[in-house]
Design a binder for this molecule. Structure first.
Ligand SMILES: Nc1ncnc2c1ncn2[C@@H]1O[C@H](COP(=O)(O)OP(=O)(O)OP(=O)(O)O)[C@@H](O)[C@H]1O
Ligand SMILES: [Mg+2]
Length: 352
């Protein structure tokens, strides 16, 4: 390109219930939200992170790009939860080449898959707290067949996959850009989607602990099905308020609260592990993302469990937004769903 560097990407967050897309342009006046939109996908299209209907999902992505009039073909996507392992390990320091060898030979013990079946990436975080001969390394392993599946999907949709990120990192990337103060406080970033939850404990923008599990809003659907002996589709319609003749809304809220309480207990366990392995006494800030934030009572439970400052992420904060293109209502409602797509849209082609 003669006029400036064209290295921006479209952020595409392929969730198991909604696909979100975001495009951000760097202009003289700042970062401009150029495009943003999302669409629901047919339930069952993605199960445990695996794509069950490649053609159908590729068509959905194409339709979303078309409806949002996105012409850019280079995209950043992310994977997470299932089939991705993130660990911080301590290993012997050495030259770049030696370190590379050591990490690959040691990785196997940290990964529950055959080493030949995974793509490994790592980043040296710094000297280990325990010994100056050791370095602390962030190790990421993603199953090769999963990565190939997503690359095939993107190509089938007529797009170029330029960056394959990890959901948790993309969320952290969105958070780091936000004009928040008190970054030195121990902060817990939580994303709860339909089929997975990811937790990331941060201090001064450095991650101290990451955990993924398979909790999410699908648990509410399953519980409604079980208790009322109805199908998942009927439960979904009931939950979305599309029909009210099957189950009373009060009982649904009760089920939502029960599930939200179980999320709180899971989060407590992770925080306890963190606290017992560090000098930190408590989590001071909790920032929520993902559709799980809409679950009745969840924020209140977190507040009473952790006595921390609890808020919902607004990943659009600080971006220049044309109100004629995106109404305030839309931006407020979409905020919790948008964070990962925004974090991906902020990546640049030459990012690692
Ligand atoms: N406005 C809303 N009111 C109530 N619930 C909502 C709302 N928006 C989303 N949800 C719930 O959040 C879920 C979607 O959240 P999200 O988009 O974070 O999930 P996902 O990214 O598709 O899933 P995952 O990341 O687990 O694969 C929906 O399935 C629904 O249960
Ligand atoms: Mg998600």
């Amino acid at each position: 390109m003669i006029f400036g560097k064209k290295d921006h990407l479209v952020g595409l967050d392929i969730g198991s219930s909604f696909i979100k897309v975001a495009e951000i342009k760097v202009m003289g006046k700042g970062l401009v939200l150029h495009k943003f939109g999302y669409t629901r996908i047919i339930p069952g299209t993605i199960v445990e992170g695996r794509i069950m209907d490649m053609e159908g999902l590729a068509a959905k992505i194409r339709a979303l790009f078309k409806s949002q009039k996105i012409r850019e073909k280079n995209v950043a996507i992310s994977t997470g939860g299932h089939s991705v392992v993130i660990k911080t390990i301590d290993t012997t320091t050495g030259s770049k080449k030696d370190l590379h060898k050591t990490i690959y030979s040691e990785a196997e013990q940290y990964i529950p898959y055959d080493i030949d079946d995974v793509n490994i990436d790592y980043q040296v975080l710094g000297e280990s707290d325990f010994s100056s001969d050791q370095v602390n390394v962030l190790l990421v392993a993603a199953k090769k067949d999963l990565v190939t599946e997503y690359i095939d999907l993107i190509q089938m949709a007529g797009l170029n996959p330029r960056i394959i990120d990890v959901d948790t990192f993309a969320l952290q990337n969105a958070y780091e850009r936000l004009p928040y103060e008190n970054r030195e406080k121990t902060t817990l970033l939580i994303d709860i989607g339909a089929s997975k939850m990811s937790l990331n404990i941060l201090k001064d923008n450095s991650s101290l602990m990451m955990r993924d599990n398979v909790s999410g809003t699908n648990q509410i659907l399953e519980e409604i099905c079980d208790q009322f002996d109805i199908t998942v589709d009927e439960a979904r319609q009931t939950l979305n308020g599309e029909t009210n003749d099957i189950v009373s809304q009060d009982r649904i809220q009760g089920i939502g609260s029960k599930v939200a309480q179980s999320w709180c207990s899971e989060i407590r366990e992770v925080v306890d592990v963190y606290v017992s392995s560090t000098n930190d006494e408590k989590i001071e800030k909790i920032i929520l993302s993902g559709g799980g934030v809409f679950t009745e009572g969840f924020q209140e439970f977190l507040l009473s469990e952790f006595d921390a400052d609890v808020s919902i992420i607004n990943p659009f904060e600080g971006l220049i937004i044309d109100e004629k293109k995106f109404s305030d209502d839309f931006i407020t409602q979409a905020g919790p769903l948008a964070a990962i797509a925004i974090g991906l849209a902020l990546r640049r082609i030459d990012d690692k």
